[in-house]
Design a protein around this ligand. Structure first.
Ligand code: BGC
Length: 444
């Protein structure tokens, strides 16, 4: 039975056992996290402002709330990291009781920003083992590709693993190369954050293997970051692959990987239609995940006007109650607004120096935490498109009420704003978050 997540629900059932272990928390005071104070923005609706409670010193309350939620989110990521180092995508949604390279690698980057280096390192060690476990699969498909053989997508390396690092043999749309790129990027960030100038010896072969895999399949149609549309080349996948290959080129000191990255970057021009980067080779609309083209993967330049227009188009077309949906024709749980994407937009705004809009995105996320500190996958789908919402509920139950990747993006955005707005006292120490040594969060 083949399950394609973008297809209409038709009563499929899946389910796996959860594995969720608590991790200790060594959280330092985040009182230095502070927000910028500009309020007015088109992204904040009246409904939103009603939900904010102020005391006599509203600003102080807001600031403490951001710090508190930062801590809540770091704790959530740590709590959802299993002893193996894997980070479960969601503890409450059976379909997500796995570790995706995509989600996990953003989570480990958030852990680095929160100075939780040991936890981040355990995640990377886990990926190293997981890739070691599928080395035969990776080598085999690379050889087949080089020999020009036809390859069934179902035999490609997986997008997600069981928490013990074993690959799950099932009919999930596994061929998603973006996660391997995001992992290499995240590993590069981790090594820089922890001042490791070289890759630990025991990780070398998996880094080399993942890079070779990416270089070989970089332009091959595959499923996208939403695990859909397996016959297209996706723009945000290209961004992730570019980010991974450029990171690996440095880590392995291998200029051929940089050449492959440049090929990927040049391919982006084919995605341009009517002055914007389109979602994919098969879809002329935009997708919010294209925000990653600049932040964090730097496949385009900050001065790229096509990208600027793409961002405006994403914001115009995909806003829902101040948050961002994935893409216009999305139906997954009625297509609500995603914290992951709204935070990505905010992160972009930090990078171009627009802290007002960045802060508004953070506000939007801050108001989506529930009373227990959960931050869900998406919001508003039920009101936007009740028919599809209900179809997905019938199929898989209610959507993830707590998504680890959502927490990660809250941490990343809160920290990025803090660093950009607060000066030395509110920054993570500059030595750690390597991303910004090169890319800067404030546009150069
Ligand atoms: C999303 C993926 C994500 C997975 C686990 C899916 O619904 O489309 O991007 O990796 O959930 O969170």
């Amino acid at each position: 039975m083949r399950l394609i997540k973008g297809s209409p629900p038709c009563g499929h059932q899946r389910g796996v056992a959860p594995d969720q272990l608590s991790a200790h928390l060594s959280f330092r005071s985040r009182s230095r996290l502070r927000s910028c104070s500009v309020r007015s923005s088109k992204r904040m609706s009246t409904k939103d402002t009603d939900q904010i409670s102020f005391d006599n010193d509203g600003q102080r309350l807001r600031e403490s709330r951001y710090s508190e939620l930062f801590q809540v989110s770091v704790e959530a990521i740590l709590r959802n990291q299993s002893a193996s180092g894997a980070i479960v995508a969601s503890p409450d949604f059976a379909q997500y009781h796995f570790c995706w390279l995509r989600d996990g690698s953003f989570c480990s980057y958030a852990l680095d920003r929160a100075e939780e280096y040991e936890a981040s390192s355990r995640y990377h060690a886990w990926v190293n083992e997981a890739i070691g476990g599928i080395s035969g699969i990776i080598d085999d498909v690379i050889e087949k590709m080089l020999r020009g053989e036809r390859i069934e997508p179902s035999i490609m390396p997986p997008a997600r693993f069981a928490l013990d690092g074993t690959s799950v043999i099932d009919d999930w749309p596994n061929f998603q190369i973006d996660g391997y790129g995001t992992w290499l990027w995240s590993l590069g960030q981790h090594l820089r954050a922890t001042n490791q100038l070289t890759i630990p010896k025991e990780w070398l072969s998996s880094v080399a293997r993942a890079s070779r895999y990416l270089a070989t399949f970089a332009l091959t149609p595959c499923y996208d970051v939403w695990e859909e549309s397996g016959t297209a080349v996706h723009t945000s996948t290209l961004a992730c692959v570019y980010g991974g290959l450029t990171a690996a080129a440095v880590l392995l000191d291998d200029s051929t990987l940089l050449e492959s990255a440049l090929v990927v970057q040049r391919r982006l021009s084919e995605s341009i239609v009517n002055g914007v980067y389109t979602k994919s080779s098969e879809n002329g609309d935009v997708d919010s995940s294209e925000l990653w083209l600049l932040t964090p993967f730097q496949a385009v330049d900050v001065s790229d006007q096509v990208f600027a227009k793409t961002v405006t188009t994403i914001d115009d077309r995909l806003s829902l109650d101040g948050g961002l949906r994935r893409y216009a024709t999305d139906t997954y749980f009625g297509s609500g607004a995603w914290p992951v994407l709204t935070a990505s937009l905010g992160w972009h705004y930090v990078n171009i120096g627009n802290l007002v809009e960045a802060q508004t995105c953070l506000d939007w996320l801050a108001r989506r935490f529930d009373a227990n500190g959960n931050l869900g996958e998406q919001f508003g789908g039920q009101d936007r498109d009740v028919r599809h919402y209900n179809e997905w509920v019938d199929r898989w139950g209610t959507p993830a009420a707590d998504l680890t990747w959502s927490h990660a993006m809250y941490v990343i955005l809160a920290d990025a704003i803090s660093r950009a707005s607060g000066g030395a006292e509110s920054r993570l120490t500059t030595k750690q978050v390597g991303a910004d040594d090169s890319s800067s969060e404030v546009a150069k």
